[in-house]
Design a protein around this ligand. Structure first.
Ligand code: ADP
Ligand code: MG
Length: 266
């Protein structure tokens, strides 16, 4: 069986989606002002999916992630997370932001351990896992360095390791590679796919790069200009393993074209 077929089968077996959103709506209130940020978002995300979330700037992507992370409530529609099992955002979500946000006085290892410390996980087991994660993100030799000794791309990989340390069911990434130069960004995309394959966890990645959305996503959610509504949600079926060459293929171009059309880009 091809990898895609294995995934499709695994997906069919898991009937209850990890995230089930129906008509989600979010209003920001400040004093007597109301601002509709998300108007109507519906999607199912299954365990093991890598969902890329694209949409115009200000359309409500970060707001959606904050709702998924339990940092904001919502004002309409329904959101079920956990696929029928207990789900506590503090324990079950890992987050990666545009900036790595490492603590400069902690070593890379200690930074990766931060969520484990906060959650009070067993230090020895967590330390072993942190070393494994550092190896996985290609930073095996950097455990004892301080953040300033690492390049931006390396710091971001440390931030990804930190987001995975407590084995979250859901990893949320908000424009994680937006601050990196183009070449580093491409390398990080490849790295990201490898990490996703190996961690087998569920990722939702916000990006404003349409190419990145197609390259990374097992599925792509396209949002309209704010307040966010669903423009489309579809699987991205490209041959595995994905390499940078795929970006020049006709089928890759068709997915990119599809998103451009949805966003009204000529
Ligand atoms: P995106 O991440 O897609 O660029 P955001 O989710 O950050 O968009 O923001 C969506 C809209 O909600 C924007 O118009 C933004 O100005 C507004 N917004 C975001 N956060 C707040 C807030 N805390 N209070 C009021 N308005 C907000
Ligand atoms: Mg944002």
């Amino acid at each position: 069986m091809t990898e895609a077929a294995v995934r499709a089968q695994a997906r069919a077996e898991v009937e209850v989606p990890l995230i089930r959103m129906r008509g989600l709506r979010k209003v920001y209130r400040r004093r007597d002002q109301e601002f509709l940020a998300v108007s109507d978002v519906t999607m199912d995300i299954h365990a093991g999916d890598m969902v890329s979330l694209v949409g115009p700037s200000g359309c409500g992507k970060s707001t959606l992630l904050k709702i998924l992370a339990g940092l904001h409530g919502h004002d309409g529609g329904t959101l079920e997370i956990g696929g029928g099992q207990a789900f506590e955002p503090g324990r079950d979500v890992g987050m990666v932001f545009q900036q790595p946000l490492l603590l400069k006085w902690r070593t890379i290892l200690e930074n990766v351990l931060l969520p484990a410390d906060i959650l009070g996980l067993d230090r020895r087991a967590a330390t072993q896992r942190a070393h494994e994660l550092l190896e996985m993100v290609g930073l095996a030799g950097f455990a004892d360095k301080r953040p300033y000794e690492l390049s931006g791309g390396m710091q971001q990989r440390a931030a990804i390791a930190r987001a995975l340390i407590h084995e979250p069911k859901l990893v949320l990434m908000d424009e994680p590679f937006g601050a990196l130069d183009a070449l580093t960004r491409e390398k990080m995309n490849l790295e990201m796919l490898r990490i996703w394959e190996r961690s087998r966890t569920t990722f939702v990645v916000v990006t404003h790069s349409i190419q990145e959305a197609v390259f990374l996503g097992s599925h792509c959610a396209v949002l309209t200009a704010g307040p966010a509504r669903m423009a489309d949600f579809f699987p991205i079926e490209l041959p595995a393993p994905r390499t940078l060459h795929i970006k020049t293929s006709a089928e890759f171009g068709l997915y990119v074209r599809r998103i451009y059309d949805l966003l009204g880009v000529e």
